[in-house]
Every structure is written in structure tokens, then in C-alpha cells.
Design a protein around this ligand. Structure first.
Ligand code: IMP
Length: 219
């Protein structure tokens, strides 16, 4: 069994669709570090979640990255949504010639044990880019260094798209201004969106790895 540490039951429902192992929710609101990339936020979250539960955990972190803004708002997506609002994000993006963007999600897994050799996530498209995080960079005390050594596996899912004027009523967050294949996420129903979502892609990659690990362990 895996524990999904999140306050969002919708994420847990989505995870159950991908994982063959039972998933339970623990609504522990771990403190999120401020970092310029989603992978660091997710990795730190997974360690905090593991320390809280003491068993195998996943957490996820996601956001919208806009190419013309060097990936902003990325890990600050929730904050920017609450402060600027998505209409104003669109107003900023519309001035740019390049309005390409992506939803990115990182699922982080921690069970307190070290994993087989490959330290990199199961992601061939962006291997070694924003997931190649040097987490020790900011660690100064022994405690902080030890903290970075609890092994975490990261799995990224990416959906490329374009920032557009808001359209559509469903979904949440940035869905109305994110267009994929001619429609915004807010113009799709939940099922359609989940089938292509960044979180789904990250969960699928995690499920593939997790099942393989368990099979190798003879479980
Ligand atoms: P979190 O991963 O739930 O913390 O998501 C962070 C923020 O990213 C959310 O508050 C939303 O603003 C944005 N976000 C993440 N996933 C989506 C999505 O599927 N649609 C729209 N916005 C999203």
C-alpha cells in the first residue's frame, strides 16, 4: 500500500486509476519549501511526508510554466493565481510573440530506502534538466545535509500547450487559459482532461516503475 500525502482527495482518486496497489490518503499539509523548480518542492515534500507517516509515500507538485517567462509561474502557480489571477497572467502573456507553455507535474516517492542505481526519474524527454536538482546547494547545517540524503524518486509528466484568452467553464486553476490541441482544459470534461493531464502522465510513469520494482522484489 502507498500513502498519498495531500489535502486534495481528487488527486488520490486520480492516483487510484493508475496504480495497481491500494492508495490511501493522509491529509497532512506538509510545509512547502520555496524553490525555483517543482522537483525540489516535490522531493522535500516527499521526505517530510515520509517522516510524518513512516511508510511508503507519494506527494505531487505541479504548475504552469510559460516559455517566454522562463518557466514562470512554475512552482509559484498557486500563489500567482491567488495574487495576480489567471486573467492577468493572460494579459501579460498576450504581449509575447511566443505563447507556448506547459503544465508540469512531478510525483515524488519516498520509502526511506535507497533505490537501484538510476538516480534519475523515468523521463526520457527531459532527463537531467529541471529534475537534475542539486539539493545540497542550500544545505548548511549537518541536519539539512542529512535531510537531502533520504532517497526520493521523481517522475515528471508534461503537457505542452499555449496560453490563450480564457475559455470554458470546467476544471480549476489555469485550465481556462491553457489550450491543448485546439481546446482549453476548461473546455474538456474531467475524464478527457485526466486522460492527458500532466499529473496522469507522471502517475503513469511512477506506476510503471513501481510495478517493475515490486515484480523484481518478487512481491
Ligand atoms: P498543486 O500541485 O496542487 O500544488 O498545484 C499548484 C497550482 O498549480 C494550483 O493551485 C493551480 O494553480 C496550478 N495547477 C496545477 N495543476 C493544474 C491543472 O491541472 N489545471 C489548472 N491549474 C493547475
Amino acid at each position: 500500500m502507498i500513502t498519498f500525502v495531500t489535502t486534495n482527495p481528487g488527486k488520490v482518486r486520480e492516483a487510484r486509476e493508475y496504480l495497481s496497489t491500494p492508495v490511501e490518503q493522509v491529509a497532512f499539509d506538509y510545509p512547502e519549501v520555496q524553490a525555483a523548480d517543482l522537483a525540489t518542492v516535490a522531493a522535500r515534500g516527499a521526505r517530510a511526508a515520509y517522516r510524518h507517516t513512516g511508510g511508503p509515500v507519494i506527494v505531487d507538485d505541479s504548475g504552469l510554466t510559460i516559455d517566454a517567462f522562463d518557466g514562470f509561474p512554475g512552482p509559484y502557480s498557486a500563489y500567482v493565481q491567488d495574487t495576480l489571477g489567471i486573467e492577468r497572467v493572460w494579459e501579460l502573456a498576450r504581449r509575447e510573440d511566443d505563447r507556448s507553455a506547459a503544465f508540469r507535474g512531478v510525483v515524488a516517492y519516498c520509502d526511506g530506502t535507497a533505490f537501484e542505481a538510476t538516480p534519475e526519474p523515468v523521463d526520457t524527454e527531459r532527463r537531467g534538466q529541471d529534475l537534475g536538482v542539486d539539493e545540497r546547494a542550500g544545505a548548511t547545517t549537518d541536519e539539512q545535509v542529512a535531510e537531502t540524503e533520504l532517497p526520493v524518486r521523481l517522475f515528471e509528466g508534461v503537457v505542452p500547450g499555449t496560453v490563450v484568452a480564457p475559455r470554458g467553464e470546467s476544471g480549476f486553476g489555469y485550465d481556462p487559459i491553457f489550450e491543448y490541441d485546439g481546446r482549453t482544459f476548461a473546455e474538456m470534461d474531467t475524464e478527457e482532461k485526466n486522460a492527458i493531464s500532466h499529473r496522469g502522465r507522471a502517475l503513469a510513469r511512477f506506476a510503471e516503475w513501481y510495478d517493475r520494482e515490486r515484480a523484481a522484489d518478487g512481491e
